[in-house]
Design a protein. Sequence first.
Length: 194
Amino acid sequence: MIQPDTSAVAPRYTRMASLLHWLIAALILTQIGLGLVMDHATLDDMVAFSLFQTHRALGIVALVLIAFRLFWRLGHKPPVLPASVAPMVRKLAASTHFLLYVGQMVSPLSGWALASASSLALPLSLFGLFDWPLLPFPADGRFEAPLREVHHWAGWMLAALIAGHIAAALWHGLIRKDGVFTQILPRFSWSKRP
């Protein structure tokens, strides 16, 4: 049986990193759910259109938050893994985190490109507050089908990476009990730590 690593208290992510992680996680899981409903459920046209518009607006919000998170990450190194984590697991974690960032960018960027290349030429409304600018694609729809494929598979890739990420987090939290899982959990006490 694996013994918990109690040699030291694991360092934590900053409050901002934790907040961004959980906000983006909630947005992405919502987006995956909306995407599945839009692809597989039989919906009334008005309901489908409303979900479609919500999915597009939330995608832009996610894109902005993800871009900010990447910017934040450049100036704030993540906490190191405990010494008990094997080198191969460290490499796997680093690779998975890199792919998660790539997937988090490719999915909303491909959605933005798809909205921009659509032959419907609908404005990209952010909840009726204002229109987000479209990318400069030809209005004839020739890029719509390939971009739909990219967006579709980027969503599935991201979903698979998230499933692996959650499994690894649960492994650290429930089996290894090495403090890795708690590094990203929100903190509710307002101490002087950043």
